[in-house]
Design a protein around this ligand. Structure first.
Ligand SMILES: [Ca+2]
Length: 474
């Protein structure tokens, strides 16, 4: 989560040494990776100074700052507008991807149009060695980094050696396996200096014996870590299973910082944000300090990067129901008057000779109730991709469609992590007036993403109109 993108410092040789040294030490500590969560023997919990927040009364400004800042490149920062709560105690942290086109938000980083903007809160109090826990549903799309972390950076002249004390749980992971972001993996990283860190990318199903498989399965998961300084050790866990132990003194922090939680948009390491809007939902956050664990007291200054009092949310929101398809109603065309896709790809079938803009485009007035609709003529091809859909996940797709052709198809392609189509299901469009269709489907084994296509098979002199695509997780 460090505010510079330096993530590949440790050599392979270094990692090997660390791993073998660590294993012996962990045995001595009486805990092990893949084992159930437990404390190191003799640790006492300081319940008197514990913190717990289930957001039952919204966002308490005595406990939390709202971050209003940008770091990294190619994003719009994290905005107070993306921080909300429900009346039954859920903190709602919105993330807007590259296909955001509402125009209501204004980014404060490189991007100014509201795209790639997240939501993050920061503890008003400092935190040190102790037990950390948060129950949340991560923002379920690649391109947004959902994270729980401690952070304190004491900048000195030689930036590379600035004390940077940080413990990160970040998702999606994936560098370990396919070099692609996936919710089947999670990143665990602890730091002591700007370029001194121990980062591990864990394949969850392997590490947890299939107890945790896909972090974006729609369920709440419990994430956390125990931070010890004597002996030095950071023990990460998910749903009660230890997923990573980092015990080298070189990489285990000793300086107090603040606790951060939320989602933001890094330039690369969690993939590309090919979505419009989605949410991270937080049920609770807790922190119980450990007794008798030494630390260096430091209070990070956050005065330049937090929201004003009047930027806190004051009324609850209804839990959002997310359309996983970006701009399914095509109305961005009315707002922005550009044929840019914002999640849609306009293309042609292989044997079509006419240019794309003559056979696949948006048009005002042809959609439902006189709104904007998408027109697919002859060999035109309309497409949209939805990432992070895995085996066994069920979705419902609704859309309105009409066609002059008796051979027009809405098809769903299932692609694996290598971008190969593993199966395809075709649904004919059989009506000549705009009619609602509903399809429910479950992703087959190996699915990593889906592609929705609309085209006229054998389509000379044919016109198809579609509108109001809504894809919901069931
Ligand atoms: Ca429309």
């Amino acid at each position: 989560m460090l505010k510079v993108s330096q993530r590949f410092l440790i050599s392979c040789l270094g990692v090997f040494c660390l791993t073998s040294c660590a294993a012996a030490k962990e045995q001595a500590l009486g805990i092990e990776e893949s084992g159930n969560h437990a404390y190191i023997e003799g640790i006492e919990l300081d319940y008197k100074n514990a913190f717990f927040d289930d957001f039952a009364n919204g966002l308490d400004r005595k406990s939390w700052y709202i971050c209003k800042s940008a770091w990294g490149k190619n994003n719009g920062g994290v905005l107070p507008d993306n921080v909300m709560y429900t009346d039954d105690g859920v903190l709602v942290l919105r993330g807007n991807g590259l296909h955001y086109s509402q125009g209501e938000l204004h980014g404060i980083g490189d991007r100014k149009d509201g795209s790639n903007t997240g939501g993050v809160i920061i503890s008003t109090f400092t935190v040190g060695p102790g037990h950390y826990e948060a129950k949340f549903k991560p923002l379920p799309r690649i391109g947004a980094c959902t994270a729980l972390w401690t952070y304190a950076n004491k900048f000195i002249e030689d930036e590379d050696h600035s004390p940077n004390h940080e413990i990160d749980i970040e998702m999606p992971g994936g560098k370990n396996t396919s070099q692609k972001a996936t919710f089947k993996c999670c990143l665990f990283t602890n730091w002591t200096k700007t370029k001194v860190y121990d980062s591990t990318d864990v394949i969850l199903a392997q590490k947890t014996n299939n107890k945790v498989v896909d972090l974006n399965d729609g369920e709440y998961h419990v994430f956390g870590f125990d931070w010890y300084t004597n002996p030095t050790c950071v023990v990460y866990y998910i749903d009660g299973v230890i997923t990573r132990i980092s015990s080298s003194k070189t990489f285990c922090p000793t300086m107090t910082g603040r606790l951060w939680i939320g989602n933001w948009f890094p330039e690369s390491f969690v993939g590309t944000a090919n979505f419009e809007t989605d949410y991270m939902l937080v049920d609770y956050v807790s922190y119980i300090p450990f007794k008798n664990q030494p630390y260096d007291a430091y209070v990070p200054d956050v005065t330049t990067e937090i929201a004003r009092d009047n930027e806190y949310p004051t009324t609850p929101v209804t839990l959002p129901i997310v359309n996983k398809l970006s701009n399914g109603d095509f109305e961005y065309f009315d707002r922005l008057d550009v044929q840019k896709g914002y999640g849609w790809i306009f293309d042609t079938l292989n044997d079509e000779t006419k240019p794309v803009n003559e056979v696949c485009y948006l048009e005002k007035g042809v959609g439902s109730l006189g709104t904007v609709g998408a027109v697919i003529k002859d060999g035109g091809l309309l497409m949209s991709e939805i990432d992070s859909i895995y085996e066994g996940m069920t979705y419902r797709l609704k859309y309105k469609a009409q066609s002059t052709s008796s051979n027009t198809i809405m098809s769903i392609e299932y692609l694996n992590a290598g971008e190969t189509i593993i199966s395809q299901k075709d649904y004919p469009i059989t009506t000549t007036t705009l009619t609602e269709y509903t399809q429910e489907f479950t992703a087959p084994k190996g699915t990593n993403k889906i592609v929705i296509n609309v085209y006229n098979n054998q389509g000379e002199s044919q016109t198809t109109i579609v509108d109001d695509f809504v894809l919901n997780k069931v």
